[in-house]
Design a protein around this ligand. Structure first.
Ligand code: NI
Length: 168
């Protein structure tokens, strides 16, 4: 059995703490990434995970929403360097926000992202549609932001009420 991280659940305060940039991509970081992917692949319906939702306060995200789970993408210290003015407004959920809460969130349709790979090399990717939304959701995690933080006052209150009921 591969070692996996527990996934922190809202309202865990660690989910609101921004991650620190990775200073050097070394074997210790690569071991964290390996365990992050193991955690990701152990879930049944997971597109991506951020280190900050696994109790690891670093700016790393692992992404794979391919059917066969064989298209891993790891972004270390990801930064959005270009954004389209075209926006999307699709339903999102989150492994850290249980209770089948899915709400629409506005995201840029296309983004260009700069990050480091597992060898510590800088690279850029252009992402659109689902991948674009996914990366924006993950970078939010690295900034201590959950998708429910984007909801308008009334919607957010409804979500908060659901959580209040569940934790009673
Ligand atoms: Ni999430």
């Amino acid at each position: 059995m591969t070692d996996v991280y527990p996934i922190l659940q809202h309202p865990d305060p660690r989910l609101s703490q921004p991650g620190q940039p990775v200073e050097e991509v070394n074997d210790e970081i690569r071991a964290i990434i390996k365990k992050m992917f193991a955690t990701h692949y152990a879930q049944s319906n997971c597109a991506a995970l951020a280190a900050t939702q696994l109790g690891v306060p670093l700016r790393i995200t692992v992404i794979d929403f391919s059917h066969e789970k064989n298209e891993p993408l790891c972004l270390i210290n990801p930064e959005i360097i270009e954004r389209s003015t075209d926006m999307l407004n699709e339903f999102e959920g989150c492994m850290s926000v249980g209770g089948r809460i899915n709400e629409r969130v506005k995201r840029h349709q296309c983004i260009r992202v700069r990050a480091l790979n597992e060898a510590g090399e800088s690279f850029e990717i252009e992402a659109s549609d689902f991948l674009s939304r996914c990366i924006q959701h993950e970078i939010d995690h690295l900034d201590g932001i959950l998708f429910i933080d984007h909801l308008s006052g009334l919607k957010r209150k409804m979500v908060d009420r659901k959580f209040a009921r569940r934790t009673q």
